[in-house]
Design a protein around this ligand. Structure first.
Ligand SMILES: *[C@@H]1O[C@H](CO)[C@@H](O)[C@H](O)[C@H]1NC(C)=O
Ligand SMILES: *[C@@H]1O[C@H](CO)[C@@H](O)[C@H](O)[C@H]1NC(C)=O
Ligand SMILES: *[C@@H]1O[C@H](CO)[C@@H](O)[C@H](O)[C@H]1NC(C)=O
Ligand SMILES: *[C@@H]1O[C@H](CO)[C@@H](O)[C@H](O)[C@H]1NC(C)=O
Ligand SMILES: [Fe+2]
Length: 469
């Protein structure tokens, strides 16, 4: 990886920097102050609207009370349980899931149904059922809608047993929404030859809150749209700002109401008291989910949990430590600039202390990858605030380019800061393919290329097992 040149903030140094820049321009035209690559890829810029309600992707499955919006997520800390969720519209029906392997007997698990009101909207019956005591690396078939009405059958493969050299491929998507671009992103992920096994979704799901009174029908359409992936592989959920749905003007004052009813996560398995922050172990990775929209000050539940959590991670069992959040800490686009700063101030020293490998965020509707930098030296009494190269620091990746109706953000701070290794305002997704305890191969794909084309790729070296890049 390229070395970071330290940036000057002192005015006297700035002047000499600019003077030097002038000299450089005169003698050769090289851009001294610039960091990494700002891609010049020429892309289509107009926003795409949400797909209309009668689109094929939103079709209601046929049959009386047919389960819809089927989605699964890991149901425990180790990957031996799966939470299966779906919605029935006409009547509650059954919350039982029947499941079996190719060779085994049929088993069943009982779940529960919930529902909620949002202004004038009334949700369907939202079922959540946890399948436990599953075998690792095993294909399970499962059926929902048992007990008399329309049944539907799906399958998933459980993750391998946790261990330091277990290979695994993650998909990385965020800020997806439900436009034609969203559909392209999902299609590209599905066709990506890297073969993602689980999606780490860094927040902002449906964007239903952009409709008048947060029309929750758009939560239902989103659930039906992504079912073709979420019913077959776990998606690990992060809470974004479009999940808050706080609208006191229409009497909706319970933050995260639609999201928490619809999307269950295994937070209790990591001793978290809130579904907005939790962790799961998957193969050789330890994945920590944080909430940009919950309190993160000192003494708060999230902070207490994170401190304990980081000290519990055993890197000889799960070498790869990955943190997910919605609002990025290192973002050189103008949009949402410095929104992640307060959380960075609170948590960055911890992430560096525990040598987190990678941090994925969304929120900014574009793509950016950082160098390994930290900015933790600052003390209010002594100054010294700038990102510096730091081998113990994570790489920060903004993957908020899922393709929602707010469109791309293209305005960037200039010059590109030195901590920014690559940035491009295009829609897309990424994959992270962990090979063993030392090596992981990372790829970012833009939607406007073929499924096979890689726009940005890096080999990541583990922060514990191979510190020297
Ligand atoms: C739907 O299933 C429920 C039981 O889950 C049953 O009581 C009801 O009669 C069924 N309705 C129809 C129309 O099949
Ligand atoms: C969404 O993508 C799928 C898969 O490529 C395609 O079959 C479907 O027609 C698309 N739908 C819309 C509304 O673009
Ligand atoms: C949760 O707490 C219990 C009891 O203190 C402990 O046994 C368990 O290991 C903890 N689990 C995690 C994932 O930290
Ligand atoms: C880990 O994976 C990398 C990349 O595939 C490979 O070069 C390296 O030899 C592997 N290490 C071990 C110990 O197998
Ligand atoms: Fe966002």
């Amino acid at each position: 990886m390229m070395k970071i040149r330290r940036r000057a903030v002192d005015p006297a140094v700035m002047i000499s920097c600019c003077y030097f820049l002038l000299v450089v321009i005169i003698i050769g035209g090289a851009d001294f102050c610039n960091g990494g690559v700002t891609s010049r890829f020429v892309r289509r810029l107009q926003e795409s609207p949400d797909m209309p309600l009668d689109s094929d992707v939103f079709r209601v499955p046929p049959g009386y009370n047919a389960p819809q919006q089927v989605h699964i997520t890991q149901g425990d800390h180790e990957g031996k349980a799966m939470i299966v969720s779906w919605v029935t519209m006409e009547e509650p029906g059954s919350s039982t899931v029947t499941f079996w392997t190719q060779t085994g007997k049929k088993k069943s698990a009982n779940g529960r149904a919930t529902s909620y009101h949002y202004y004038t909207y009334r949700s369907g019956y939202i079922h959540h059922c946890t399948l436990r005591r599953l075998e690792h690396s095993t294909k399970y078939y499962y059926e929902v809608g048992t007990g008399g009405n329309t049944t539907r059958q799906f399958w998933f493969k459980t993750p391998p047993e946790v261990g330091p050299d277990v290979p695994f491929t993650f998909g990385l998507i965020a800020d997806l929404g439900q436009t034609h671009d969203s559909n392209d992103t999902l299609t590209h992920y599905e066709n990506n030859p890297m073969g993602g096994q689980t999606v780490l979704f860094a927040g902002d799901l449906s964007y239903a809150d952009r409709y008048p009174n947060h029309d929750n029908v758009r939560w239902d359409t989103w659930g039906r749209f992504v079912e073709r992936s979420t019913a077959y592989q776990p998606w690990i959920w992060v809470t974004g700002n479009h999940e808050i749905d706080y609208a006191p003007e229409i009497g909706e004052t319970e933050p995260f109401k639609p999201f928490t009813h619809r999307y269950h996560v295994p937070h209790k398995a990591s001793n978290s008291t809130s579904p907005h922050w939790y962790s799961v172990k998957i193969a050789s990775a330890y994945v920590i989910v944080l909430s940009s929209y919950s309190a993160y000050g000192k003494y708060t539940p999230q902070t207490q949990w994170l401190q304990k959590e980081l000290s519990n991670v055993d890197r000889s069992e799960t070498p790869w430590l990955i943190v997910l959040m919605h609002s990025p800490w290192y973002n050189s686009y103008d949009h949402h600039y410095m929104e992640g700063e307060t959380m960075r101030v609170m948590y960055e020293p911890l992430l560096v202390q525990y040598r987190v490998d990678l941090v994925f965020a969304g929120h900014v509707h574009a793509y950016e990858r950082s160098e390994r930098v930290s900015n933790i030296a600052y003390r209010i009494v002594s100054g010294g605030c700038r990102p510096v190269e730091d081998d113990n620091a994570p790489v920060y990746i903004t993957i908020g380019d899922g393709g929602n109706s707010e469109g791309l953000v293209t305005d960037m701070t200039e010059p590109q800061p030195e901590y920014s290794a690559y940035r491009e305002a295009s829609f897309g997704h990424a994959t992270l393919s962990i090979k063993n305890r030392t090596h992981a191969f990372y790829n970012w794909h833009r939607n406007q290329d073929g499924y096979n084309v890689v726009a940005d790729s890096v080999w990541f070296h583990n922060r514990i097992w191979l510190l020297n890049d």
